[in-house]
Design a protein around this ligand. Structure first.
Ligand code: FES
Length: 104
């Protein structure tokens, strides 16, 4: 399965998704710039991505902790998600996300 990631320069990367990995882990494994400071504990908001509008309704709803952490995110939008909270599976083959800025 693939995850399509647009970096902050607008370059599109087609990454191999691994079942059970977090989207954040797939992005970091490809050496794309993502701090993901807390390692996926939903405690930092530095794994912030924008999810493609077509994919947004297909993702599992946000847990309370993710919503609260996004309050600390930079440039949060309607389609913002924490990529450590999205677990890769076959149903997300072709998922498109864009790296959000980590600072302004
Ligand atoms: S890696 Fe820290 S909230 Fe996702």
């Amino acid at each position: 399965m693939k995850i399509i990631v647009t970096d902050r320069e607008g370059k599109v990367h087609e990454l191999k998704g691994r079942d059970g990995w977090r989207v954040m882990e797939v992005i970091r494994d490809a050496n794309l710039p993502m701090t993901a400071e807390c390692g996926g504990a939903c405690a930092c908001a530095t794994c912030h991505v924008y999810v493609d509008d077509a994919w947004l309704p297909k993702l599992p709803p946000q847990e309370k902790q993710e919503i609260e952490m996004l309050d600390f995110g930079v440039a949060v939008q309607e389609n913002s998600r924490l990529s450590c909270q999205i677990i890769v599976s076959d149903e997300f083959d072709g998922l498109k996300v864009t790296l959000a800025p980590e600072s302004l």
